[in-house]
Structures are given as structure tokens and as C-alpha cells.
Design a protein around this ligand. Structure first.
Ligand code: COA
Length: 167
């Protein structure tokens, strides 16, 4: 069985992530979208919410499931039996980051390979941070995140109106 994992913070999942999932899924028997902790980032959406957004997004993809893990990606890959880690590359900056991560991960799990798919051009500018910022400022995120979750993401990013401006 060819198992692969697609790890990330997914805070929240975007159309860019979905594009990578849709293209990677047919290459494997099973693709697991794993929410991991990036120690350099403080998540805005709680873990359960991020997982729920992913589940709704991949509900119609039969060989895609979801998981979460706190620890090293290399350890998760070993424990899950997945040899391939899928990542999306948007820009040269992503490449430098992914190159370093792939090298480090192989130090900890030499059996693990990182497979990078080039992001579709129409998604190259999307990031979860951009989605949150646009939604928080009242912009339309319909073209940036999967339709099933757009309204909930927008509602949760909107500032609460019962708070004073500096609260
Ligand atoms: N389309 C759109 N956006 C994309 C994208 C794509 N194809 N690929 C990445 N992004 C965006 C994300 O939205 C995110 O945006 P943000 O910075 O505004 O949140 C950013 O690019 C990268 O995030 P993501 O892909 O979620 O990964 P990450 O860098 O937050 O986390 C982990 C990477 C979780 C895989 C990594 O931190 C990890 O392995 N953690 C476990 C600990 C570990 O093993 N550490 C050692 C390995 S280095």
C-alpha cells in the first residue's frame, strides 16, 4: 500500500492546499492530511476547527483522510508507515524552506522522501495568513478557500463587534 502524508498547519486550509491534495491523491493508495504543530507559529484556529475544515474539504475524496500529531514529522511518518511527504511549492522562498526541511527530516527518518508539487499559478499568492487577514478586514475570501468552509472561516475571522477597538 502506497501511503503518503500532506503535513501543515492548515490555519485554515486554502484552495492552494486543496489543489495539492487533489493532485497528490491519485498518486497514492492513501493520502493523510496531517495537522502538525509548527513551533514558530501560534495557530489562530483551534486544532479541532482546523481538522473540521479539512474534513469538510476532503469529504468527497475517497482515499484522503485526516490526522493530527504533536511532535516531529519524521516520527509521525515512521509511525504511520508513510514513506512520502507531499508539500506544495509556490515560490523560490518555499523551495529554500522545503529543501532545508526535507534534509532535516531525512536525518531523523532516512526512509522518508519529500515530494514537492508546483502550486498552480492561480494559487501561488494564497497563504493561510492572507486569508485570515482579508477575512478579518471584511474582504471576500470566496475565491481563496474551499466553498464548504468559506462562510465559517469568514465569520470566525471577523472581529467581534461587542469589543472596544483596543481590546
Ligand atoms: N497553497 C497555498 N498556501 C500554501 C501552500 C499552497 N500550496 N503551501 C503552503 N502554503 C502556505 C500556508 O498557507 C502557510 O501560510 P501561513 O504562513 O500564512 O500560515 C505557509 O504556506 C506554510 O504553511 P504550511 O504548509 O501549513 O506549513 P508550515 O510551514 O506552517 O508547517 C510543518 C510545516 C507543520 C510541516 C512543520 O513545521 C513540521 O514538520 N512541524 C513538526 C515539527 C518538526 O518535525 N520539525 C522539524 C522539521 S523542520
Amino acid at each position: 500500500m502506497r501511503l503518503a502524508i500532506f503535513p501543515g498547519s492548515f490555519d485554515p486550509i486554502t484552495n492552494g492546499h486543496l489543489d495539492i491534495i487533489r493532485r497528490a491523491a491519485p498518486l497514492f493508495d492513501q493520502l493523510t492530511v496531517v495537522v502538525l504543530v509548527n513551533p514558530d507559529k501560534r495557530a489562530v484556529f483551534p486544532l479541532e476547527r482546523r481538522l473540521a475544515f479539512i474534513r469538510e474539504t476532503v469529504a468527497n475524496l475517497s482515499n484522503v483522510n485526516t490526522a493530527h500529531f504533536e511532535g516531529l514529522l519524521a516520527d509521525y511518518a515512521r509511525a504511520s508507515g508513510a514513506r512520502v511527504v507531499v508539500r506544495g511549492l509556490r515560490t523560490e522562498a518555499d523551495f529554500l524552506y522545503e529543501f532545508q526541511m526535507a534534509q532535516i527530516n531525512r536525518q531523523f527518518n532516512p526512509a522518508m522522501e519529500t515530494l514537492c508539487l508546483m502550486t498552480a499559478p492561480q494559487h501561488a499568492f494564497i497563504s493561510s495568513g492572507m486569508v485570515r487577514q482579508i477575512a478579518a478586514l471584511g474582504g471576500d475570501i470566496a475565491a481563496l478557500v474551499p466553498p464548504a468552509i468559506a462562510a465559517d472561516v469568514a465569520a470566525l475571522c471577523r472581529p467581534r463587534t461587542d469589543q472596544a477597538p483596543n481590546e
